[in-house]
Write a protein that binds this ligand. Structure first.
Ligand SMILES: [Zn+2]
Ligand SMILES: [Zn+2]
Length: 250
C-alpha cells in the first residue's frame, strides 16, 4: 500500500519548483533549452479550441453562450478557465502525475496551466483576478491511499507562479463517496454538496473574495458545482473554476 507523507511530498514538489523542469521534453525526450516542451509536442497538445460554454467550458457546436445544462441549472461559479481537452497526451501526463507521482510531469502541467491563466486574465481585464486558490479537497482516506492530493500539489505551484495564496484547510471533504444510486440529479447534487464543508478556520475567510476553485479534470461539473455553491454560501463574491482539462458530459 503506497504510504508517503503528503505534506513532505507536496512541499518537496513545490520547493523544487523550476528545478523540476526537465532538460528533455517529457513527451518525446528531445533536448530542451529552457522551454517547457519541445516545439512539436507543444503544438500537438489538445488545446480546448473553438466555441465553448461561457460558464463550464464545454465545447459547443452551436453559437449559444451557454450549454444546455448551464442554461437550465446555472452553476454558482461564473467562469471556467481550462486550457485542454482531456485527450492524449494530457490524459497520460495527468495519470502519471496522479497515480505514479511523476513530479516532472506535474510541474510541466502546472506551468502549462499557469501560462494559460496568466494569458487569460491579461487578455480579459474585466475578469477579476482571484484572491485565493482552493484545491478540491480529497477525503482523508483517499489521500492516505494515494499518498498525496495531486490538485493541492498543482495548487502550490500555481500559488507561487501567480502569486495568489493557496488555502488548503478552509474546506474539507466529509464523505468519501456519497451514496448516489436511485437519486434524481437534483438529489445527487444536494448529496454531493453535503459531502463538502467549510472548516471552522474557513468561516469568514471567503467573505467578499473572488475564489479560484482548482480541480485537475472537469467532467460532469458535479464537484465544481457543489463546491462553488458552498463557497458562495460562505460569502465568496465570485468563483472561477481552474482545471487542466475538460471532458464532455458523460
Ligand atoms: Zn517533445
Ligand atoms: Zn456549461
Amino acid at each position: 500500500m503506497p504510504i508517503i507523507d503528503l505534506t513532505s511530498l507536496t512541499r518537496t514538489f513545490s520547493a523544487m519548483g523550476n528545478a523540476l523542469l526537465p532538460c528533455h521534453c517529457v513527451l518525446c525526450d528531445a533536448p530542451l533549452s529552457g522551454e517547457l516542451l519541445c516545439h512539436d509536442c507543444q503544438l500537438a497538445l489538445p488545446y480546448l479550441r473553438g466555441h465553448t460554454c461561457e460558464s463550464c467550458a464545454l465545447p459547443l457546436t452551436t453559437q449559444s453562450r451557454f450549454c444546455g445544462h448551464c442554461l437550465q441549472n446555472p452553476p454558482a461559479f461564473s467562469r471556467s478557465l481550462i486550457p485542454f481537452r482531456y485527450g492524449f497526451p494530457i490524459d497520460s501526463m495527468i495519470h502519471r502525475f496522479k497515480y505514479r507521482r511523476h513530479l516532472t510531469q506535474g510541474r510541466t502541467l502546472s506551468r502549462l496551466l499557469a501560462d494559460h491563466l496568466q494569458h487569460s486574465y491579461d487578455q480579459q481585464p474585466d475578469l477579476n483576478l482571484p484572491e485565493v486558490i482552493v484545491p478540491v479537497p480529497l477525503h482523508w482516506s483517499r489521500r492516505w491511499l494515494r499518498g498525496f492530493n495531486q490538485t493541492e500539489a498543482l495548487g502550490w505551484d500555481l500559488a507561487r507562479d501567480l502569486n495568489i495564496p493557496l488555502a488548503t484547510r478552509l474546506c474539507r471533504r466529509r464523505q468519501r463517496t456519497p451514496p448516489q444510486r436511485g437519486l434524481s440529479r437534483k438529489e445527487r447534487q444536494k448529496n454531493l454538496r453535503q459531502a463538502f464543508s467549510v472548516t471552522r478556520r474557513g468561516r469568514g475567510a471567503f467573505e467578499g473574495r473572488c475564489v479560484a476553485l482548482l480541480d485537475d479534470v472537469v467532467t460532469t461539473t458535479s464537484t465544481t458545482r457543489a463546491l462553488s455553491k458552498l463557497l458562495m454560501e460562505a460569502g465568496a463574491a465570485e468563483v472561477h473554476v481552474w482545471a487542466l482539462a475538460r471532458t464532455p458530459d458523460r
